[in-house]
Design a binder for this molecule. Structure first.
Ligand code: ADP
Length: 558
């Protein structure tokens, strides 16, 4: 900026200086020209008068700076104060002489060999026809310009110095308000602003408004993005080609079980998890291949999906998605376990049936024993049916409840239901002299009657089956804290504390050798039924003393 102003100032100064110089030299040249012509005319006239009166004597002792020449009528040079007249050639042809002889006076301007420069000539004719001529060198324009060159250079130097100071001050005064501008808030400028800045300020104002608007939009989007990603149960990481985390959500850190908070663009993803499979996934994605692996730790299971990110044909990073598949894996393993158990449970009665049928088929059985073998087949088939029924009940509960018209939700009176269930188990109880008691009063629960009955039946059936001979079972139905509660209490063998959680698992039996031949699915049905109805099951048991199963139902509303 300073240099440009300096150059502009210098150009102006130089132009002005040259114009002034041309003008001055032109005017002075004209002035001196006319002065010289007038002086020469006077001198020529005076010399002509002197020559007329005194002849050649007039010129003796005459001291003049100009050249004086006296030329006879025939052109012979009679006298010249600068050269020997005798040696000079005939002057009759000189322009000013010819003019003077014709008109009395003559002037001419030309190169003089004698003076060796341009000269002005003025000639005056005498009465005798001779001519006196005065000549003087002229001030040439170039000579005058050359004389003016030195002062001009001085003025030019002064102009340069002045232009430099001016340029630096000017540029500073132009630039200062611009430098002091607050680009975020152009209106708040404290420095003195000049009018020429107004268009710039207007543009800045518009631009800063636009930038603010866009920033606000970006912030809003970022907020939305963070809100979405932070509420995702899946974790995600965006990585650059050098495994550095560019973006992540909180679920990713939770699922990788890391305490590190990655610094975007700095922290390597490999610092977040040291698991071999995670590292491989990241490396494969950054090599341009999609990768999928499982990371298992203790009883947690994560699925890692890593995909390369390609932009304009170039690999720019990778996206890693982390899924918590623990539950899925557990379900899968439970399913496998269940299938294996079902096969096993079905195989036992089927083998018995098949074996007995084979004996009967061979015809080796005495006629009086046939009914015994047939009874075996009947009993084992009954077990099979019971088992299949329980499996069907469980799978229906798994699928979301019993189907059919009897699966409708209703408000069920629990006291009469408990009464009816106790009647169902009474024959078994009487066989072992187990006393059945029902306590409490009316209580209501919302649910599916079939499921509720099944749950109560299983609890009462177990209470009788795992009781001691002559023991007792007490069922209490009550309204506690605004909700219904059913308690089934027995005086049986009890359940050891370490397996109290496990008795609700499918096919789990505390002591298989002492099993009374149940399916091992009864308490599973109770647990699944309770969760389907929104109820809870609690178990308190002491080995040798008995067990208490408590069902708490949600309050009936509306
Ligand atoms: P099962 O058909 O074997 O009775 P359940 O699922 O109903 O299957 O019960 C699982 C196991 O829990 C039983 O095998 C038994 O060992 C134990 N159990 C259930 N109820 C009682 C109870 N009231 N007293 C003692 N043990 C019980």
């Amino acid at each position: 900026m300073t240099r440009r102003i300096f150059r502009a100032a210098m150009t102006v100064a130089l132009a002005v200086l040259l114009a002034a110089m041309t003008l001055i030299v032109g005017v002075l040249h004209g002035y001196f020209q006319s002065r010289t012509a007038a002086d020469l005319n006077q001198l020529a006239a005076a010399a002509a008068r002197g020559a007329e009166t005194d002849g050649l004597d007039y010129f003796d002792g005459l001291r003049v700076s100009s050249r004086l020449t006296w030329v006879a009528e025939d052109g012979t040079v009679l006298y010249d104060n600068w050269q020997d007249a005798a040696e000079m050639e005939n002057h009759s042809g000189r322009e000013e002489i010819v003019q003077a002889q014709a008109q009395g006076r003559g002037t001419a301007e030309r190169w003089s060999d004698t003076l060796e420069q341009k000269a002005l000539y003025c000639a005056v004719r005498l009465d005798d026809g001779s001519v006196v001529r005065a000549a003087s060198t002229q001030y040439s324009i170039w000579a005058m310009a050359a004389q003016g060159l030195q002062p001009m250079l001085l003025v030019l130097a002064a102009a340069m110095a002045l232009a430099a100071v001016l340029a630096s001050r000017l540029s500073r005064s132009i630039v200062r308000p611009i430098n002091e501008l607050d680009l975020n808030d152009p209106d708040s400028g404290s420095g003195e602003l000049y009018d020429e800045l107004t268009p710039l300020l207007t543009r800045l104002r518009l631009q800063s408004r636009e930038i603010r608007r866009q920033m606000e939009q970006l912030r809003q989007r970022q907020k939305e993005f963070t809100a979405i990603t932070d509420n995702m149960s899946e974790g995600f990481l965006v990585l650059d080609t050098r495994t550095r985390v560019l973006s992540n959500n909180s679920a990713a850190l939770r699922l990788l079980e890391t305490d590190e908070t990655p610094v975007p663009g700095e922290t390597s993803a490999l610092v977040l998890s040291r698991e071999e499979n995670f590292r491989r996934c990241v490396e494969e994605a950054l090599a341009g291949r999609r990768s999928e692996r499982m990371v298992r730790r203790e009883n947690l299971c994560r699925q890692i999906l890593a995909s390369p990110v390609v932009q304009d044909g170039h690999l720019t990073g990778a996206v890693v998605v982390i899924l918590d598949v623990t539950e899925r894996e557990q379900r899968e393993s439970l399913r496998r376990e269940f299938t294996a158990n079902v096969s096993h449970e079905l195989k036992t009665p089927l083998t018995a049936i098949s074996g007995t049928a084979e004996i009967l088929e061979n015809g080796t059985v005495r006629p009086e024993d046939v009914s015994h073998f047939a009874g075996n087949i009947h009993r084992e088939a009954g077990r099979l049916i019971e088992l299949v029924n329980d499996i069907i009940k469980l799978s229906r509960l798994d699928e979301g409840g019993p189907d059919g018209s009897d699966g409708a939700w209703e408000t069920v009176e629990l006291y009469p239901l408990a009464q009816s269930v106790l009647e169902q188990v009474r024959p078994a109880a009487e066989k072992r002299s187990v006393t059945l008691t029902l306590k409490g009063g009316p209580a209501q629960a919302r649910g599916v009657l079939q499921i509720l009955e099944e749950m109560l039946y299983n609890l009462c059936d177990n209470a009788v089956a795992y009781n001691r001979d002559g023991g007792s079972v007490c069922v209490t139905v009550e309204q506690a804290d605004g909700h219904a509660r059913v308690t089934v209490e027995d005086t049986g063998v009890g359940i050891p504390p370490e397996v109290q959680d496990r008795v609700f698992e499918r096919f789990y039996r505390v002591d298989k050798s002492h099993s009374r031949g149940g399916t091992g699915l009864g308490l599973s049905i109770v647990k699944h039924g309770a969760s389907y109805l929104g109820a809870s099951v609690a178990l308190h048991s002491e080995v040798g003393k008995g067990s208490v199963f408590t069902l708490d139902f949600p309050p009936v509303t509306g």
